[in-house]
Design a protein around this ligand. Structure first.
Ligand SMILES: C[S@@+](CC[C@H](N)C(=O)[O-])C[C@H]1O[C@@H](n2cnc3c(N)ncnc32)[C@H](O)[C@@H]1O
Length: 251
């Protein structure tokens, strides 16, 4: 059997999961309640869409067309399969691309949605680049890792920095949004079950299958240990940090 790389393992773990990061349909509903009305002609983008669990839900809740964008072709292939199996392929399309170089016409989008992805390119960089693709009055709804308290445990800070990301405090996230040309509308923290029941538990089951499939493989053991550490860190420190939904409107 081929020796899998860390990226192979990331894809193999997540491809069959309903979501590739923390979140929930309830949180999506909560965020949607802050948006203005959309119609059949509305154009929506879901950036860092993964296999599209949230995209399909959005398509069932909103009118208009949705384009999901992700850097991994394997996720976009599965995204198309998911759209077809729900009969959504007329309104939902997936494309392989970069969140840092969006392929849309300027000022063409009514809504940019993005869960668990913007921190890969930086909250400010993402919001600022994406602003140019929203119509005036268009909405942005993103989740980003954030501090929830004034206390910031060093182990948590180290973990996110080592992962190439960072945690902002919510006030800074709001100010950044305003600085990037948005009217701030709302923000709220995702509840713990978005991380535990909806993400860590199904992910652990997928990783356990990989541990069996690639028994004894050092890379798989390392990968499983890293994921386990992330889960334990969250269990210990969940009151200090989490994903926060930030909702704004392009002005
Ligand atoms: C934590 S997952 C979240 C996926 C999905 N939004 C969800 O909540 O289930 C982050 C996603 O962002 C994608 N991603 C990361 N950096 C990217 C980039 N620079 N351009 C496009 N997609 C990117 C990853 O491939 C991955 O699918």
């Amino acid at each position: 059997m081929e020796h899998p790389s860390m990226v192979d393992l990331l894809l193999e773990t997540h491809i069959d999961l309903e979501r590739q990061g923390p979140g929930s349909f309830e949180a999506i509903e909560q965020a949607l309640a802050f948006l203005g009305p959309l119609d059949q002609s509305s154009k929506i983008a879901d950036l860092g869409c993964g296999t599209g669990g949230q995209t399909m839900f959005l398509a069932q809740r909103l009118p208009g067309t949705i384009t999901g964008l992700d850097m991994f072709p394997a996720f976009i292939d599965r995204f198309h399969k998911n759209a077809r199996s729900r009969g959504l392929e007329e309104r939902v399309t997936g494309i392989v691309g970069s969140m840092e170089a969006l392929p849309f016409p300027e000022h063409s989008l009514d809504l940019i949605w993005s869960e668990g992805a913007i921190d890969n390119i930086g909250f400010e960089k993402g919001l600022s680049h994406w602003h140019g693709f929203l119509k005036k009055g268009g909405f942005v709804a993103v989740t980003s890792p954030s501090w929830l308290t004034a206390e910031r445990p060093a182990a948590v800070e180290r973990f996110w920095t080592d992962a190439g990301s960072r945690l902002d405090c919510v006030g800074d996230g709001i100010e950044t949004m305003q600085r990037c040309g948005y009217q701030f509308i709302a923000s709220f923290a995702l509840p713990e079950q978005c991380w535990t029941e909806n993400y860590f538990i199904p992910r652990k089951a997928a990783i356990d299958r990989l541990l069996e499939k690639y028994a004894g493989d050092e890379t798989v053991l390392d990968y499983a240990a890293q994921n386990q550490y992330e889960t334990e860190l969250y269990a210990q420190y969940s009151r200090y940090y989490g994903y926060v939904f930030y909702i704004g409107r392009a002005i």
